[in-house]
Ligand binder design. Structure first.
Ligand code: MG
Length: 307
C-alpha cells in the first residue's frame, strides 16, 4: 500500500495500481476543475468515471457550487456525458436546505444567493425571500431611514454565491443575525475560480463580509466541513476507510478528505497544482500537512490507462 510521504506523492507507479484500486470502493469527486471546467468535460474524465463505475466503484459528485440544484447539476453532468443519478450528487444548496429540515425548521429563511438555494428550500417546503437584484437606489441615509424594510419571522440566514451582492442585502443579513437565535449558514467559502484570462471572486468573500459585520461565524455546510458527507457515512453508504476523495483544491477537497479519514488525490487540472503541494510540504506545519494529498496526478484522465 501507499503510505503518505513526500516521496510517493507523485504519479502512481504502474506496478502498485491494482493494489491501490482495491483499497477503496467509493469515490467522492469534486466537479469543477476535476471532471469539468465550466461547460466542458476535462479530457479523459468521462471515460475514467465510467470505468470506475464499470469496476463497481460507487461514485459521487460533490460540489461546493450553490448556484444550482442537485437536479440541475445532474442534468449538466449527464449533458457532458457522465451517467450519474440524483442520489450520487452532493451539493451545498441541497445540503443547506436539508440541514434546516433536519432541525424541524419552521420559520422563514433570508437567502443571499441564487435560485439554486431557493429551489432546494421550496422542495422541502421551507419559506424564504425572493433572490435577485436588491440594489441601493438612493444613498445610505435615505436607505436606512426610509427604504430599508426588514421582514418578521426570519429564523435563518443562508449565504451562498450571489452575483447581485449589495449593501442592502448585507445590511438585511446582519440585522437578522443580530438575533442570536437566528441560524447562520454559509454554503461554502471558496475564494475564487481562475480562468486563463481572469479571476472570478468566490463566495468566501461574501461570507467573510457577513461574518465580519454580524460579528458571528457561519456554519459552513460545504467542503471541507464533514457535514457534507455525514449522511453517507452515517447511513453506511460509504466506509471512510475505503473512500477516495478527488479534488483540485487543497483547502476544500483535500481538507475534507483529511477531515473524514478518506484517501486523497489532487489533480492539477483546476486550482492547485503540484507546486502548491510542494510549498505545503516545505511549510511542514500541522495545518499545512492536513492539506497535503496522498497522491497527485496532472488530471483525472491520467488514471484511465491503469483501469
Ligand atoms: Mg474544484
Amino acid at each position: 500500500m501507499y503510505k503518505h510521504s513526500a516521496t510517493n506523492l507523485l504519479h502512481l507507479p504502474e506496478v502498485d495500481v491494482s493494489e491501490w484500486l482495491n483499497s477503496f470502493d467509493s469515490i467522492i469527486t469534486d466537479c469543477d476543475g476535476v471532471v469539468w471546467l465550466f461547460n466542458n468535460p476535462i479530457e479523459g474524465s468521462v471515460e475514467t468515471i465510467s470505468k470506475f463505475k464499470e469496476i463497481n466503484k460507487k461514485v459521487f459528485f460533490c460540489t461546493n457550487n450553490s448556484t444550482k440544484t442537485r437536479r440541475e447539476i445532474l442534468e449538466k453532468a449527464n449533458r457532458l456525458g457522465f451517467k450519474m443519478n440524483e442520489d450520487e450528487i452532493i451539493s451545498t444548496a441541497h445540503a443547506a436546505a436539508t440541514y434546516l429540515k433536519n432541525r424541524n425548521f419552521k420559520k422563514k429563511v433570508f437567502v443571499i444567493g441564487s435560485e439554486g438555494i431557493t429551489k432546494e428550500l421550496d422542495a422541502l417546503g421551507i419559506d424564504h425571500n425572493k433572490v435577485g437584484p436588491d440594489p441601493i437606489t438612493s444613498n445610505i441615509n435615505q436607505y436606512v431611514s426610509e427604504d430599508l424594510k426588514l421582514e418578521t419571522g426570519i429564523g435563518a440566514v443562508i449565504v451562498g454565491f450571489d452575483e447581485h451582492i449589495s449593501f442592502p442585502k448585507l445590511t438585511k443579513a446582519v440585522s437578522y443575525l443580530n438575533d442570536p437565535e437566528c441560524i447562520f449558514l454559509a454554503t461554502n467559502t471558496d475564494e475564487r475560480s481562475v480562468t486563463p484570462s481572469y479571476v472570478i471572486a468566490g463566495n468566501g468573500g461574501i461570507v467573510k463580509a457577513v461574518e465580519t459585520c454580524a460579528e458571528r461565524d457561519a456554519i459552513v455546510i460545504g467542503k471541507p466541513n464533514p457535514y457534507i458527507c455525514e449522511s453517507l457515512i452515517r447511513d453506511g453508504i460509504i466506509n471512510p476507510k475505503r473512500t477516495l476523495m478527488i479534488g483540485d483544491r487543497c483547502n476544500t477537497d483535500i481538507m475534507l478528505g483529511t477531515n473524514c479519514g478518506f484517501q486523497t488525490l489532487l489533480v492539477g487540472s483546476g486550482i492547485h497544482q503540484f507546486d502548491h503541494v510542494k510549498a505545503l510540504l516545505a511549510k511542514g506545519t500541522e495545518e499545512a500537512k492536513k492539506l497535503v494529498p496522498d497522491f497527485y496526478l496532472p488530471k483525472l484522465g491520467d488514471l484511465f490507462k491503469f483501469l
